[in-house]
Design a protein around this ligand. Structure first.
Ligand SMILES: *[C@@H]1O[C@H](CO)[C@@H](O)[C@H](O)[C@H]1NC(C)=O
Ligand SMILES: *[C@@H]1O[C@H](CO)[C@@H](O)[C@H](O)[C@H]1NC(C)=O
Ligand SMILES: *[C@@H]1O[C@H](CO)[C@@H](O)[C@H](O)[C@H]1NC(C)=O
Ligand SMILES: *[C@@H]1O[C@H](CO)[C@@H](O)[C@H](O)[C@H]1NC(C)=O
Ligand SMILES: *[C@@H]1O[C@H](CO)[C@@H](O)[C@H](O)[C@H]1NC(C)=O
Ligand SMILES: *[C@@H]1O[C@H](CO)[C@@H](O)[C@H](O)[C@H]1NC(C)=O
Ligand SMILES: [Fe+2]
Length: 429
């Protein structure tokens, strides 16, 4: 009997030793509460006590380095594996929240497992104003994947250029087509975990400093978006939603999924309409910023942008009226691997000006720099087209200057400088 228990014990010990809880794919995200920042990470094995440790001074992950001036906070998190994907996808998705943070303060943090006492390296990031003032600046791009990486590679692409300006930004917004990790086999879409995980490693230097907000693109739909959702844990109302909203700097941000059903009376459509309605009723003067992967207006020679694309027609006819009805000020998207912007436009008609918008202003910024390359050719410029149309890679600087003014700049990868800008005044329609 004793021998038997002893053998069991040894087996248990060796199982424990083999457990690999090394955190990877570490990144920050905004939550519904501006002063709470979520941190998410992946592990090969499933730990029992995923935890984030954080403090205002640098520390080692043990109690001895805590002191009364700079206490170490330890917040328990949650972990879930990818159960429906057994055999296809290994790993466990961890999340924990750094709560009650102070504005304009640097925090040091580790993620890991408390019982196993296994931790990441120490990271640090600086909070900004939590969007409590009317000012915020956001780095925006879609369609990045491996092509646009740059960091730790031999050229400065999108991420390197954002990194140089990190102090300027409140967060990053990646408008879908995240890692280009999808593989299509016949009618099935699978995911390549090597590509996905490598991409998370590439964004980690930026995403551990700036909250990394995302929405799903057509290249992220594998495994029913389970991998997408559990990797990023956006601030959704319900666990399985792929759409969400949050408030920041006097603006309401709504990210929906152009990759789900969105026709009127679908679950997502109802959620979107209720969300926009609820916000607008209570905030007639607030900025309303909506984004998804696919644009309503684009003019490159790319199928989605050509008038005859039936999926585009369905998208526009289902959703554009919501933008008008609830006075959505700005709509952001990627999908076309280009940069362009519109005058205030609804139903293909220009309504008002940037100084007095009577419809939504649209920006397409699918120029993160992905492996498929840019779309080089353009349709004849429609009436609503305005400013530069560019096939260069680059990212947008979306700056809420105050409650009545938003400034947009496009930073071109080639010159690492702003090559297109415009200012929009709050419009009422
Ligand atoms: C945050 O602060 C509130 C109010 O002081 C407190 O009730 C709550 O427990 C704190 N949360 C965490 C996770 O520290
Ligand atoms: C904070 O992190 C950055 C890397 O993101 C590092 O270069 C810097 O040295 C860290 N600061 C401190 C005080 O540890
Ligand atoms: C990126 O450019 C900066 C200068 O703008 C340079 O210091 C840095 O070494 C470059 N990084 C890479 C990875 O090439
Ligand atoms: C997944 O991507 C890796 C790295 O690019 C590649 O070596 C591997 O062959 C891919 N696997 C599949 C199943 O396509
Ligand atoms: C907002 O910022 C713009 C540009 O700096 C300025 O012209 C305007 O007066 C400001 N409005 C308010 C209400 O502060
Ligand atoms: C970025 O710009 C550099 C020139 O500064 C160019 O060599 C490189 O090909 C560009 N990369 C992309 C992905 O556009
Ligand atoms: Fe796309």
């Amino acid at each position: 009997m004793n021998k038997y228990i002893g053998a069991l014990f040894i087996i248990l010990i060796s199982v424990c030793v083999a457990v690999d809880l090394t955190p990877y794919g570490i990144k920050l995200a905004l939550t519904k509460e501006p002063q709470n920042i979520k941190v998410t990470w992946l592990t090969n094995d499933k730990g029992d006590t995923p935890t984030v440790l954080y403090s205002r001074a640098s520390f080692t992950p043990d109690e001895s380095s805590s002191n009364e001036f700079y206490p170490i906070h330890s917040n328990a998190g949650a972990v879930e594996s990818f159960p429906s994907l057994v055999g296809y996808w290994n790993g466990n998705a961890n999340q924990a929240v750094m709560a009650n943070l102070t504005a304009y303060t640097t925090y040091f943090y580790y993620v890991g497992d408390r019982e196993a006492n296994q931790w990441s390296q120490m990271f640090n990031f600086s909070t900004r104003g939590f969007g409590r003032s009317d000012y915020a600046s956001i780095a925006v791009y879609g369609d990045m994947g491996h092509g646009g990486v740059g960091i730790d590679r031999d050229e400065n692409y999108t991420l390197s250029h954002i990194m140089e300006r990190q102090g300027y930004f409140d967060f990053v917004l990646h408008l879908g087509d995240i890692a280009y990790a999808d593989i299509t086999k016949g009618s099935h879409i699978f995911g390549n975990q090597t590509v996905w995980d490598e991409f998370l490693g590439v964004i980690q230097p930026v995403a551990t400093i700036l909250p990394y907000m995302v929405c799903p693109g057509n290249h992220d739909v594998f495994f029913n978006l389970d991998v997408y959702r559990k990797t990023f844990y956006m601030p959704t109302d319900k666990e399985d939603d792929s759409w969400y909203s949050f408030d920041y700097a006097g603006a309401h941000f709504v990210g929906f999924s152009s990759e789900h059903d969105y026709i009127p009376l679908s679950t997502q459509y109802n959620w979107l309409e209720n969300n926009l309605k609820h916000y607008r009723e209570k905030n007639p003067n607030g900025w309303l910023i909506v984004y998804s992967h696919r644009p309503f207006y684009c003019s490159s020679k790319y199928q989605w942008c050509e008038d005859f694309d039936v999926f585009k027609l369905m998208f526009v006819s289902s959703l554009e009226k919501l933008l008008m009805k609830y006075n959505v000020d700005i709509y952001l998207a990627g999908h076309s691997h280009t940069y362009e912007r519109t005058l205030p436009v609804y139903d293909n008609k220009v309504l008002g000006t940037f100084q007095n918008p009577k419809a939504t202003v649209h920006i397409t910024i699918g120029s993160g720099g992905n492996k498929e390359g840019p779309t080089y050719n353009w349709l004849e410029a429609p009436e609503w087209s305005n400013g530069l149309r560019s096939s260069h890679t680059g990212f947008g600087k979306f700056t809420i200057l105050n409650s009545t003014t938003i400034q947009w700049d496009f930073v071109d990868n080639y010159s690492d400088s702003i090559v297109d800008s415009f200012v929009v005044t709050k419009g009422y329609f």
